[in-house]
Design a binder for this molecule. Structure first.
Ligand code: NAD
Length: 438
């Protein structure tokens, strides 16, 4: 089978590499020449564990190709995936300009039937717009070519993307015709053969499933942050509460961690887009609105705790930030809570040392030299007044606190991810605080 994947980002590149691993011939397309040049030179444009090997192996096997020109492969492919970005527009709705541009390019150049599958996260109704955009271009050309549109939202998580793609809980596919259904079933046969279910449904339900799933996960996080903030005020410990709740099989233990707010390229924008879809359709999604507002406030919590530790005066204080990416095992800085903390600390006149195992280059690209980039977590704490843990990378779990205490000027530790033993740190002379416990 021959397919093209347009958009070679976190989703497109991982999907392309994984499909090619299953023996499918894949052409990954991107308008970003720099990205494609890197890939043609064997360099990964993003950090994702295991991706490098997977890409190298399949390029060598001549099953995985990269180009900036979608038209160069359109004649040979049966399926075109659209995995381009859908960033939030000013009003929070999903900006579909890249998705529709791909549809127009397909309409301008196809010579035979293809299934155009949207893998990007798009609001209900997008497939109709995609169909109309392709058809408009065909009409301009004055040709009649059959095509299908389909929806195949992606559920992978950055940091575990390859495993998620290769061993999915389920594959969701929305189709409008028997022909598209058969082709999508054929494409995913290597996965269904291994027992991973494919759920075929109508297109609006497939589009909605992705938003409902992300909104549910974001809801669990905001819910726990709300509970944590109350725990702090009444003398309870949210981690005990989490264990007590999570062992109830109706609730389950995953995604119940309090922290400094969710970030990343998906939850914030998808929650906003869902709210917007509600408004457009005359429905006020009150739960989702609260999920977003709790999260916006939660992103301030680490700064507020730092500020409190210094009686509201952070001017001239040096803060070491451990972790920058929105979660471990990725270099993705989109909507990372660390960016909010950096911004607030700078405004308060603090000096900032940062260390992240992977996301330093990306942070530098975004914010430049307003902070000091350190070579490791220990360099970051030299003469520091405080440490703020922002991302729970494994290497931050067991630091040598004795060395750290000697290097610091003051001993404030704000644990934004609740990974340290507060009693141990207090015994060592640190002024320790965490989320959801006094
Ligand atoms: P990304 O920004 O990493 O990649 C998008 C790529 O599309 C970029 O490389 C960009 O240059 C390219 N592009 C834009 N317009 C193009 C065009 N006309 N032709 C060719 N390439 C074009 O984005 P991402 O994180 O991979 O997300 C893609 C979509 O998948 C989004 O809708 C997102 O919500 C969804 N999604 C993301 C994740 C995730 O964890 N990142 C998970 C599930 C779903």
């Amino acid at each position: 089978m021959n397919i093209a994947i347009v958009g070679t980002g976190y989703v497109g590149l991982v999907s392309g590499a994984c499909f090619s691993e299953m023996g499918i011939d894949v052409t990954c397309v991107d308008i970003d020449e720099n990205k494609i040049t890197k890939l043609l030179n064997g360099e990964m444009p993003i950090y994702e564990p295991g991706l490098d090997d997977l890409v190298t192996r399949n390029v060598k096997a001549d099953r995985l190709h990269f180009t900036t020109d979608l038209t160069s492969c359109l004649d040979k492919v049966e399926i075109v995936f659209s995995a381009v970005g859908t960033p939030p527009d000013e009003d929070g709705s999903a900006d579909l300009k890249y998705v529709l541009e791909v549809a127009r390019t397909v309409g301008r150049h196809i010579k035979k039937h293809v299934v155009l599958v949207t893998k990007s996260t798009v609001p209900v109704g997008t497939a109709k717009k995609v169909r109309a955009a392709v058809q408009e271009e065909l009409d301009k050309r004055g040709v009649e070519i059959e095509f299908d549109v389909a929806s195949n939202p992606e559920f992978l998580k950055e940091g575990a993307a390859i495993k998620d793609f290769m061993t999915p809980d389920r594959v969701v596919v929305g189709v409008e015709s028997e022909r598209a259904k058969k082709m999508m079933e054929k494409l995913y046969r290597p996965f269904t053969l291994n027992g991973y279910p494919i759920l075929i449904m109508d297109v609006p339900s497939a589009e909605m499933t992705k938003y409902a799933a992300n909104a549910m996960l974001a809801t669990r996080i905001s819910f726990m942050n709300d509970i944590a903030n109350l725990c702090e005020r009444i003398g309870a410990n949210v981690d005990n509460v989490r264990k007590g709740m999570g062992t109830d099989s109706r609730i389950g233990s995953r995604f119940l961690y309090a922290g400094c707010g969710y970030g990343g390229s998906c939850f914030p924008k998808d929650v906003k887009a869902l709210l917007h879809t509600g408004i457009e359709n005359g429905y006020h999604m009150r739960v989702i609105e609260a999920v977003e507002s709790v999260n916006e406030e939660q992103k301030n919590i680490v700064f507020d705790k730092l500020s409190k530790a210094f009686n509201g005066d952070l001017k001239g204080k040096t803060v070491a930030l451990w972790g920058l990416s929105f979660k471990p095992e990725t270099d993705d800085m989109r909507e990372a809570p660390a960016l909010v903390v950096i911004d607030k600390l700078l405004k308060a006149g603090a000096v900032i040392n940062v260390f992240d195992p992977i996301a330093m280059d990306e942070t530098k690209r975004r914010i430049g030299d307003v902070v000091t980039y350190c070579k490791d977590m220990y360099e970051a704490v030299i003469d520091a007044d405080a440490i703020a843990l922002m991302t729970e990378w494994k290497q931050f779990r067991m630091p040598s606190w004795a060395i750290i205490r000697k290097a610091m000027k003051n001993y404030v530790v704000v644990d934004g991810r609740n990974i340290y033993d507060g009693e141990e740190l207090k015994e060592l002379g640190f002024i320790y605080s965490r989320i959801g416990q006094k």
